[in-house]
Structures are given as structure tokens and as C-alpha cells.
Design a binder for this molecule. Structure first.
Ligand code: A3P
Length: 315
């Protein structure tokens, strides 16, 4: 039973028991069997790990730093998410809401025509830019041997806090309690897309494969130009230092927050929360009391036991 008020049933999928909405069962096979193209670029993350930031970076690198198109077409259209139901043709900020509506069986959007996003992506022209929160084991087995994939990892404690605020943003009614209860659900793998460490470890163990680029959010925070250079190398792109500097400025927290193409369509806070919210590494400390901090440490130690996965912020 989920502790935070979802009304729909969840299913556990795959060998690590990923928590997915019951409706995922209808689409799991089609997604697993979908055709991957050699010029696809996929971004895979656990939610709230810096997906949006990385998508904007990749899209710009792959599109000759075309800032004006990036500003005029929302990121969710340039770089759609795979496992959601998209409203057609107006794929608006509603997408994020829709995602949670599906998960929670929420009422409210009316009977707008919708279609599984994978169907739209299946028919999209190349090159395709695809975002997903599904772990590698639920994605097409030929993905890594065919397309380029970027995985972004983040300290699970910061993810938990950021995920809490995302829930607040999309469905206030889901959160009748505060962060401690949310954390409890997170560490007990009761929330969509958990367990997080398995999710990240699946990519970590494949990080040496030529088509996979693994990056930590914390390293992007520490030195964005350095990570941009690495991304360029992975994607086979060359830009001058001046262009990288300009791109770093475009991707800065302050700039992305103001960017309506990225920080939802209006750029406004929803239920008091901005999608591009705080942009810190280690901000979790202000949300955990001493007991939760110890729990978090135990959670990470036990989940990481036997793995060689090392988070830059926890070793
Ligand atoms: P916080 O809630 O901790 O601020 P995702 O895109 O996967 O949902 O990740 C969202 C997280 O990435 C949020 O974290 C958001 O603020 C952060 N983020 C987005 N753009 C950023 C940027 N330019 N710099 C730093 N963090 C950014």
C-alpha cells in the first residue's frame, strides 16, 4: 500500500520489481519491442535527477546550438517522454499532470484525446530525442547496441526531496502529509519508478559500453563546461570554448528557470513549486532530521552492498 494517497493499483515490473502504474502493463511489451534507430538519442533517468537540464543540453549540441528554435518549441515536444499518455495534438504542460493522473487515476483533465507517447515516438521522423524514466531492463534489449544513451544519476536523498516537491506541484491532494511520510514511501520502494539504486546501477554496470554515457548531476553542478565537453565527445560534436561558455550560461539554473520552453510553458510556480526548483547538490540536509539521516545512510549502505556503484556525494 502506498503511503501517500495514490488511488490506483501499481505493478512491480522486471527483476528488480520496479513500481509502475497498472496501466503500464498494457504498454510494456510494445515499448520493450519497439524499434530503436541508430540516430536516436535517449536520456534515461530516475525522475528528478536532472533530466530536463540534460535534455536541453543534448538537444542544443545536436542542433547546432539553435537557441531560437529551442526557445520557441517546448522541450517536451522536442524531446518527448516515452512512457506517458500524450494529449494530441496539444502536448502541453498537461503532460506532466497527465503522467500523474495515469498513475493516480485522477479525474480532472476531461476526455481529451490521448495516445500513448510511444506510438507518437514510433512514427516520429529521425533523428529522435527520447526521454524515459524506465530502467534499462524494461527498454528494448538492442538499445545500447543501436542508439546513443545518456544516463543521469543523482544522490537518492536529493532525488527524494526533489520528487516530493514534484508531487506537490502536480497533485497537491497526493500529499496530505509532509516530507517524512514521503521519505518513508521512497525508502520502502513504494513510489513510481523505485527502487532508485537498482535503476541507477543497471546503467552504471554498463557505463563502459561505447553507446552509453553515464553522468552524475553532482558533477554537472560542479563543472558544467567540463561535462559539456565530455558530452560533445560522446555525441561526436565539436564546439569552441566560447560556444561552450555561452551554452553553460544558457543552461545555468537562473537562465533555465526563466526559460519557458523548459521550466513548463508558463514559467510559473504550480502550487508554490517551480519545476526548475532549487538546483543544488546536498540540499537534502535541510529536509532530514537526525533519525531520517541515519535511515538514509542505512538505506544507501544496504542498497549499495555488493555493488561497485559509488555516488560522488556518498562513498
Ligand atoms: P531540485 O528539485 O533539487 O531543484 P528532472 O528534470 O529530472 O525532473 O530534475 C529536476 C531537478 O533538476 C530539480 O532539482 C531541478 O531544479 C534541477 N535542475 C533543473 N535545471 C537545472 C539547472 N540548470 N541547474 C541545476 N539544477 C537544475
Amino acid at each position: 500500500k502506498c503511503l501517500i494517497g495514490y488511488s490506483s493499483k501499481f505493478v512491480k515490473c522486471g527483476k528488480h520489481g520496479y513500481v509502475m502504474p497498472g496501466s503500464f502493463k498494457k504498454h510494456a511489451e510494445a515499448i520493450y519491442n519497439m524499434e530503436v534507430r541508430p540516430d536516436d538519442i535517449w536520456v534515461i533517468t530516475f525522475p528528478r535527477s536532472g533530466t530536463t537540464w540534460t535534455q536541453e543540453l543534448i538537444w542544443l549540441l545536436m542542433n547546432d546550438l539553435d537557441y531560437s528554435t529551442a526557445k520557441s518549441i517546448p522541450l517536451y515536444e522536442r524531446f518527448p517522454m516515452l512512457e506517458i499518455t500524450a494529449k494530441i495534438p496539444d502536448i502541453a504542460f498537461e503532460l506532466i499532470k497527465t503522467n500523474f493522473m495515469n498513475l493516480g487515476n485522477f479525474q480532472g483533465l476531461g476526455a481529451a484525446a490521448r495516445c500513448p507517447s510511444w506510438k507518437i515516438i514510433e512514427n516520429a521522423p529521425s533523428p529522435r530525442f527520447i526521454k524515459t524514466h524506465l530502467p534499462l531492463s524494461l527498454l528494448p534489449p538492442k538499445l545500447l547496441s543501436t542508439a546513443k544513451v545518456v544516463y543521469v544519476g543523482r544522490d537518492p536523498r536529493d532525488v527524494a526531496v526533489s520528487y516530493y516537491y514534484l508531487h506537490k506541484m502536480v497533485a497537491k491532494s497526493l500529499l496530505r502529509t509532509g516530507f517524512p511520510t514521503f521519505w518513508e514511501a521512497f525508502r520502502r520502494d513504494l513510489l513510481p519508478w523505485t527502487p532508485i539504486v537498482s535503476h541507477t546501477n543497471e546503467a552504471w554496470t554498463k557505463r563502459h559500453e561505447p553507446n552509453l554515457h553515464f553522468v552524475f548531476y553532482e558533477d554537472m553542478i560542479k563543472d558544467l563546461p567540463k561535462q559539456i565537453r565530455k558530452m560533445c565527445k560522446f555525441l561526436g560534436k565539436e564546439y569552441t570554448e566560447e560556444q561552450i561558455k555561452q551554452l553553460s550560461e544558457h543552461l545555468s539554473f537562473e537562465s533555465l528557470r526563466k526559460n519557458k520552453s523548459v521550466n513548463n510553458t508558463t514559467g510559473d510556480a504550480v502550487n508554490g513549486v517551480q519545476f526548475v526548483r532549487k538546483g543544488e547538490a546536498g540540499g537534502w540536509k535541510t529536509h532530514f532530521d537526525q533519525k531520517m539521516e541515519i535511515q538514509a545512510e542505512e538505506f544507501l549502505v544496504s542498497r549499495l552492498r555488493g555493488l561497485d556503484l559509488v555516488y560522488p556525494s556518498f562513498s
